[in-house]
Design a protein around this ligand. Structure first.
Ligand code: KDG
Length: 322
């Protein structure tokens, strides 16, 4: 079967057991995270075969990540371990009047930031026609030069092999300043088949989040793929293409717990829908559903639905063709 491949840095996240400044928090629990790992988990839960390419440390957190991947049914054959550098970690903090989520990274010295990741096995799978879709995010280009070089090589191999390549810019200003993200968007636009961008990211990098203007700006950067998806959080999403724009409403959520991981889940729903042969519009409805489920739970991917759960929601909504 044709599989999906996602690649990026896995992290163990320490989630406080109560809101407040981290220096006052005493208890945490550890969970697995990383944008592209989240997306792989979301795709696996929707019962589409998916492999994940990454580097971890030869340490207990690397082991935790492998176990989580296996438990979720994500193929971990392409995850290698460094014997010199550790698995990256980060902490979440909920503070301020609105309980805003802030993250603190401890990843500069991580295995993947320092050493990148080997692409040979993934390139073999691509050449064998085994992988139909490759997904990455801007984070992997911003954690260090070795990871950037490996990411560029992998994308080139994916495009050469005729796989669909989707890219989410996934801006993290704690990793690099806006200028660097703008340059990365210009670097990736011509290579991307599908491009995901958040409305506030579009504002920051392109000076606009208006659909038609985003489309023009990305075309000017050389985008020639199938479409651009602008993610607007609680306002839904918009699909931009040569033919114009299509709006997709957000799924209503009554109980927002933690929005981190919603965008990764959205991408998972979209990719899984397309891999199942669904229309772009139907895949976007699945994407919006996974994104909405994500915000109802605390972990990055805890809220992502299984295929059965997703289908029961979608059928309740008037149905999707199967
Ligand atoms: O999208 C969720 C990610 O932000 C989180 O899991 C950590 O990958 C991460 C990052 O680099 O911010």
């Amino acid at each position: 079967a044709r599989r999906v491949l996602t690649f990026g840095e896995p992290l163990v996240v320490f989630v406080p057991d109560r809101p407040g400044k981290l220096h006052q928090v005493r208890g945490f629990h550890a969970a697995c995270a990383g944008a592209e790992l989240n997306t792989a988990v979301g795709i696996a839960r929707l019962e589409v075969p998916v492999a994940y390419l990454a580097k971890v440390g030869d340490d207990p957190f690397g082991e935790q990540i492998r176990r989580a991947l296996r438990e979720e049914g994500v193929e971990d054959r392409l995850v290698t371990a460094s014997h010199r550098f550790p698995t990256g970690i980060y902490f979440k903090q909920w503070s301020g009047l609105d309980g805003r989520t802030e993250v603190f990274y401890y990843r500069n010295q991580s295995a993947m930031a320092q050493e990148g990741f080997p692409t040979e096995l993934a390139e073999e799978d691509l050449l064998a026609g085994d992988i139909g879709w490759v997904h990455g995010t801007g984070i992997t280009w911003m954690i260090g030069d070795p990871a950037r070089a490996a990411s560029d090589a992998l994308v080139e191999a994916a495009v050469r092999a005729g796989a669909t390549f989707s890219f989410d810019i996934n801006v993290r200003l704690k990793l690099a300043p806006a200028d660097a993200w703008r340059a990365l968007l210009a670097h990736m636009a011509p290579k991307s088949g599908w491009l995901f961008i958040g409305d506030s990211e579009a504002e920051l990098l392109l000076g606009t989040s208006r659909g038609a203007d985003v489309w023009t700006a990305l075309r000017d950067m050389g985008f020639a793929g199938e479409g651009v998806i602008v993610k607007r959080g609680a306002e839904g999403a918009e699909w931009l293409s040569e033919e114009g724009a299509l709006q997709v409403p957000a799924w209503p959520v009554s109980n927002v717990v933690d929005a981190v991981g919603a965008g990764d889940g959205f991408n998972a729903g979209f990719i899984a829908g397309r891999m199942k042969g669904w229309s772009v519009a139907d895949a976007l409805r699945l994407a919006a559903l996974v994104g909405a489920c994500a915000v109802t739970a605390e972990g990055d991917y805890d809220g992502y639905p299984t295929w059965r759960e997703a289908m029961s929601y979608l059928e309740g909504q008037g149905g999707v063709e199967r």
